[in-house]
Design a protein around this ligand. Structure first.
Ligand code: ADP
Ligand code: MG
Length: 267
């Protein structure tokens, strides 16, 4: 399975939210997509999942165009997504929420009954102890996991996650990353993972795609991205590499150099 986004652009009444963006997600791979607020990350997921039409370009799953399909048809084709803001049935239990998603999916109906698909998702996401709890009573970090379980229970081939760690503290974010890693290895599906924290996304992604103002700023392995001058400029600010670079250019003008070296001060 391969998801391809081919030269996709999206305009909203003159505003160019995406310009000529191309990327691929393969089976068993996590592609991280990162960019500042307003860089087009959610728009990218909205276009892929058929929530909004692209202005130009094409989205394909295994060579078949998804671009003209409605969102329920894209879901049926095997692309599941979560939302940046949690969307759950707050008065239902965790299990009921997940089963509702699973039973709507022809994919889970075909070879695995929705109940079993839901049980699998609950186990994988560590939701067993809260399976019968009403969603509304649960901590935010748990609710985010329920969202992912709902998507996973539809047995997708590709999973699109829109900032699953948003609003989580550091410990919860780490847990979320571990969960996303186990979803990938258990189901061998492709994951497009959006976040705005570069360090976080580097830890789980094989490849990273950087958006800036709707355009591709860089794409490559975490190591390549970490060294990319455009990314350093836009994201990492005065990261070590950058500082180092500056000091090489002008060794005695740096403040930190002066602080750390009294002989420079005295001169
Ligand atoms: P991100 O998820 O990276 O923060 P978005 O994709 O949400 O960015 O937004 C990209 C740009 O597109 C922003 O300028 C946003 O205001 C605009 N935008 C997003 N969705 C819509 C919409 N439905 N109608 C008009 N403008 C939109
Ligand atoms: Mg967004």
């Amino acid at each position: 399975m391969r998801l391809e986004v081919d030269s996709v652009s999206k305009e909203f009444a003159g505003l160019r939210a995406l310009t000529d963006v191309s990327l691929q997600v393969d089976d068993g791979e996590i592609l991280g997509v990162i960019g500042p607020n307003g860089s087009g990350k959610t728009t990218l997921i909205n276009v892929i999942s058929g929530v909004i039409p692209a202005t130009a370009g094409e989205v394909r799953l295994d060579g078949t165009a998804l671009t003209k399909l409605r969102s329920h048809q894209v879901a049926r084709a095997g692309v599941a997504r979560t939302f940046q803001n949690i969307r759950l049935f707050e008065d239902l239990t965790v299990l009921e929420n997940i089963e509702a998603a699973a039973s709507r999916s022809p994919r889970s109906r075909g070879w695995l009954r929705p109940r079993q698909a839901s049980r699998d998702a609950i186990e994988l996401l560590g939701l067993g102890p809260v399976a019968d709890s009403i969603v509304d009573t649960l901590a935010y970090g748990i609710q985010r996991r329920v969202e992912i379980a709902r998507a996973v229970a539809t047995r997708p081939q590709v999973l699109l996650l829109d900032e699953p760690a948003a609003g989580l503290n550091e410990v919860e974010s780490d847990e979320m990353l571990a969960v996303i890693g186990s979803v990938r290895s258990q189901y061998d599906l492709g994951i497009l993972l959006i976040d705005h924290d570069l360090r976080l996304i580097m830890r789980v992604s094989e490849r990273i795609h950087v958006l800036n103002e709707g355009r591709t700023l860089a794409s490559g392995t975490p190591d390549e991205i970490r060294r990319d001058p455009g990314v350093i400029e836009a994201y990492l600010g005065l990261e070590e590499e950058h500082k180092h670079l500056k000091e090489e250019v002008s060794p005695h003008s740096s403040e930190s150099e002066a602080r750390n070296n009294p002989s420079v001060d005295a001169s």
